[in-house]
Design a protein around this ligand. Structure first.
Ligand SMILES: NC(=O)NC(NC(N)=O)C(=O)[O-]
Length: 355
C-alpha cells in the first residue's frame, strides 16, 4: 500500500527531488485514451491542484486534473507523459486532490526509455518497465510510491499512468535525478549548474520560502516563488547554497539573477569552487574564489566573467546577508574527466531491456 501523508510538506526525502514530469521543465502529456471531463495536460501543472465546487461547464464539474468518462465497456484508461527531464526515478506521487466520488480505485505506472523525439505510436510500442504495479488509491489523497528494485537504477524518458478502470487524477509527480545525454553536452557554452544538464543543489543554509533547486530551472523565473528565497536573518551570518555541477568542468561565466527580488535581494554575493576529486570539501583551503564578494542590484540579471581556469566539481554561492536568487547560471565546459563520468553514468543507467 502507498504511504498517504496529509500533504507533501513532510514527505520522505525523495519528494524533494525535482519533479521530472513537471510542465515547469517541459514535461508534456502526449496521449490519453480519453479526457472527456478534464484535460490530460492538467496532470503536469506546476501549481498545487485548485478546486471551486459547483463550477459546471457543458460537460460537467470543472476539475484541475485529468478525468475520463465512466467506462461502459471493459478496459482501463491511460495517459503517457514525456518527461521534461529524462532521469532516474526515485518515487511517484499520484494525487487525487478533489476527486472524491470519481477517483480511480487503483492505478499503475510504467516507464520506458527512448532516443530522439518519438511520436505517440512509437512510444506505445516501447518496452515498458513497471514502476508501480497495480495499487489501490483513495479519493482526495496523495499516494506516495517510492521506487525500488532494478527500475530504481534506470534512466527513463516517458511514463504511463493507468487508471483501473477510469476516473480522475489531479497530478502525477515523477520525482528523481535528471540524467542528461552526454552527447548533447559537448560544448564550451554549457550551463554546468542547470538541472537539465544534471546540476543539483547538495546543501544550503535556509529554504524557508522556496527551494534553491529552483535557481537551476530552465528559463526565467516568472515571480518570486519560482526562485530561491530565504527567511530574514537576525544574526551575523549569511545564507549560502552549494551546487554539484553536471560534471567536473571549468566555469567561465556566471549569471546571478535577482529578478523579482526587489525588497529582498541580497546586497552582495560571492562564488567559490572546489574540486572534490582532488580536495576534501570539509578542509579549509579546499575552496577557492571564482567571484569575490560583489555588490548586487535588486531585480537584475548580473553577468560576470570568471578568470579562474581551475577544474571544479562544486560551486558555493554565498549571499550577504540573506534574500535569495531567481536563477544561478554557471557557463563553461566539461573537462575530459567530467565527460567521462557523465558518459559512464548515462551508459550504466541506460542498460537493460529498454536501453
Ligand atoms: N466532471 C464531472 O462532472 N465528473 C463527474 N461528476 C461530478 N459531479 O464530479 C462524474 O464522474 O460523473
Amino acid at each position: 500500500m502507498p504511504e498517504n501523508p496529509p500533504d507533501g510538506s513532510n514527505g520522505p526525502e525523495w519528494t524533494n527531488d525535482p519533479d521530472l514530469a513537471s510542465r515547469r521543465f517541459g514535461g508534456t502529456v502526449m496521449w490519453a485514451t480519453d479526457e472527456l471531463f478534464a484535460e490530460k495536460e492538467n496532470l503536469v501543472n506546476p501549481w498545487p491542484p485548485r478546486h471551486q465546487p459547483e463550477t459546471f461547464g457543458p460537460k460537467g464539474q470543472v476539475y484541475d486534473g485529468w478525468e475520463t468518462r465512466r467506462r461502459r465497456e471493459p478496459g482501463d484508461d491511460a495517459a503517457v507523459v514525456r518527461l521534461g527531464l529524462p532521469g532516474i526515478v526515485s518515487g511517484v506521487v499520484v494525487d487525487t486532490a478533489f476527486f472524491k466520488g470519481n477517483y480511480p480505485p487503483a492505478v499503475s505506472v510504467d516507464a520506458c526509455a527512448l532516443d530522439g523525439y518519438p511520436g505517440p505510436e512509437e512510444v506505445a510500442a516501447a518496452d515498458w518497465v513497471p514502476l508501480v504495479t497495480r495499487a489501490p488509491v483513495a479519493g482526495h489523497t496523495r499516494a506516495l510510491f517510492p521506487i525500488e528494485g532494478a527500475a530504481a537504477d534506470r534512466r527513463f524518458t516517458h511514463v504511463r499512468l493507468t487508471m483501473h478502470p477510469d476516473g480522475g487524477v489531479a497530478r502525477l509527480h515523477v520525482h528523481g535525478s535528471p540524467v542528461p545525454d552526454p552527447r548533447l553536452l559537448d560544448t564550451d557554452a554549457l550551463d554546468l549548474a542547470a538541472l537539465e544538464n544534471g546540476g543539483r543543489i547538495v546543501g544550503c543554509s535556509d529554504m524557508f520560502y522556496s527551494a534553491p533547486d529552483n535557481m537551476l530551472a530552465p528559463g526565467l523565473a516568472a515571480h518570486q516563488a519560482e526562485g530561491w528565497e530565504t527567511a530574514r536573518r537576525r544574526d551575523d551570518g549569511n545564507d549560502w547554497a552549494v551546487v554539484r555541477l553536471a560534471g567536473a568542468g571549468v566555469v567561465r561565466f556566471a549569471d546571478l539573477d535577482t529578478s523579482n527580488l526587489r525588497g529582498n535581494a541580497p546586497g552582495w554575493a560571492a562564488l567559490r569552487g572546489c574540486d572534490t576529486g582532488s580536495a576534501d570539501p570539509a578542509e579549509p583551503g579546499s575552496w577557492f574564489d571564482l567571484l569575490p564578494r560583489t555588490r548586487l542590484q535588486p531585480d537584475t540579471r548580473h553577468r560576470f566573467v570568471l578568470p579562474e581556469r581551475r577544474e571544479v566539481t562544486h560551486v558555493r554561492l554565498d549571499i550577504f546577508p540573506d534574500g535569495g536568487m531567481a536563477r544561478l547560471r554557471l557557463f563553461g565546459g566539461l573537462t575530459e574527466r567530467g565527460r567521462a563520468e557523465l558518459t559512464r553514468r548515462f551508459r550504466e543507467s541506460s542498460a537493460g531491456p529498454t536501453g
